[in-house]
Design a binder for this molecule. Structure first.
Ligand SMILES: Nc1ncnc2c1ncn2[C@@H]1O[C@H](COP(=O)(O)OP(=O)(O)OP(=O)(O)O)[C@@H](O)[C@H]1O
Ligand SMILES: [Mg+2]
Length: 345
């Protein structure tokens, strides 16, 4: 079965469909599958949360969608369907038009995403001039309005400031404003609040939630923090060692996590979500495997207390669980008993 191609994508309005995406890095250790057979959907007006520990391939997934992975990285397989267009097939110039205009990204390192030598305003208006054909004066005016909408005090003065004159939280608001300047249809937000202090983090997340409800913004929210994902996501993809190990509607993932990794990740960050008794779910011990030395069989088996002999040998596929037409998917041999049974002929 091809994951997600059947029941999940048959109804509904998908803005983005990622299919069997594979991105490798050619290194001295060999070719590392940073993103390995990743599939998911993002529905219009909804937020997909991508969550997992450091190094599991979240950022490379976001960058691959926009074809921003540079050497030694390379996308080698899969489709990225944005409104039915496979972005992998576009020419470079067509892709440049998509970036910023139709899909915008907030990068993981907020400070390095701004040019320290250019005024904020000059950086803000670039996209509007290039993609929307605005003249400088109206782009500048629009920039001030956007910064005001993002809750920045003295927006006009901010436009004339250099990045180092603003706090981390202010820079992040500027980056969100820049990302939204050309009214993209999809926003990819890679750890948009991680580099900030807790209070500022909460404000940025409030802002993104507001934008989602007021402007029906469609988002791909990347975070290692299940708390952040719980706050904003309608759907969740849990990643482990370059792969999606569990995927489904947020409430299913939070209240009925199925994969042993998801269960432990949830228990370790927020004991309140899962229905499963907490005393049976210790924090997830051990570390993510080195991509150059992946374990045989299930990539999670060395850390999984449920692992049995087969888990060391067989690499599980992502399959639907629960009732016919279910939208909850999991990659775990130990869950085969709850797999959706095909129709009897
Ligand atoms: N330029 C590179 N060269 C070699 N390997 C890379 C490169 N960039 C990323 N990788 C590898 O790809 C894998 C996925 O990295 P990625 O940045 O997507 O992780 P992440 O889930 O975003 O982690 P974090 O939570 O720390 O941001 C990692 O194993 C990483 O070492
Ligand atoms: Mg990252």
């Amino acid at each position: 079965m091809i994951p997600l191609d059947s029941n999940i994508s048959s109804g509904g309005e998908f803005l983005l469909q990622v299919r069997h995406l594979r991105t490798i890095f050619q290194t001295e250790q060999g070719s590392l599958p940073a993103v390995d057979d990743v599939s998911f959907n993002v529905r219009r007006g909804e937020t997909l949360g991508v969550v997992g520990e450091s190094g599991c391939g979240k950022s490379v997934t976001g960058l691959s969608i926009l074809r921003l992975v540079g050497p030694p990285g390379k996308i080698v397989q899969g489709e990225v369907l944005f409104q039915e267009t496979n972005l992998r097939e576009l020419s470079r110039s067509e892709m440049r038009k998509v970036r910023g205009r139709q899909i915008a990204m907030i990068f993981q390192e907020p400070m390095s995403a701004l040019d320290p030598l250019m005024k904020i305003g000059v950086q803000m208006i670039e996209g509007m001039q290039e993609h929307l054909g605005y003249v400088r004066k109206s782009a500048w005016k629009q920039g001030v309005e956007l910064l005001q909408r993002m809750g920045l005090p003295q927006a006009a003065a901010c436009m004339n400031a250099y990045p180092h004159q603003l706090s981390g939280g202010m820079c992040q608001r500027v980056l969100i404003a820049m990302a939204l300047a050309c009214q993209p249809q999809l926003l990819i937000a890679d750890e948009p609040a991680t580099a900030l202090d807790v209070t500022t983090q909460a404000r940025i997340l409030d802002l993104l939630r507001e934008l989602k409800s007021e402007q029906s913004l469609t988002m791909l929210m990347i975070s290692h923090d299940f708390g952040v994902i719980a706050d904003v996501a309608d759907w969740v993809a849990v990643m482990y060692a370059g792969q999606v190990v569990e995927y489904g509607p947020a409430e299913q993932i939070f209240y009925r996590p199925s994969h042993p990794y998801t269960q432990r990740l949830l228990a370790s960050v927020a004991g309140i979500y899962s229905d499963v008794k907490q005393e049976y779910l210790p924090v997830v011990e051990g570390t993510v495997p080195d991509m150059g030395a992946l374990p045989s069989g299930c990539r999670f088996h060395p850390r999984c207390p449920e692992a049995e002999a087969d888990c060391r040998k067989i690499h599980p596929e992502l399959f639907p669980i629960g009732k016919e037409g279910a939208s909850h998917w999991v990659r775990c041999l130990k869950r085969e008993n709850v797999r959706v049974k095909p129709h009897a002929e």
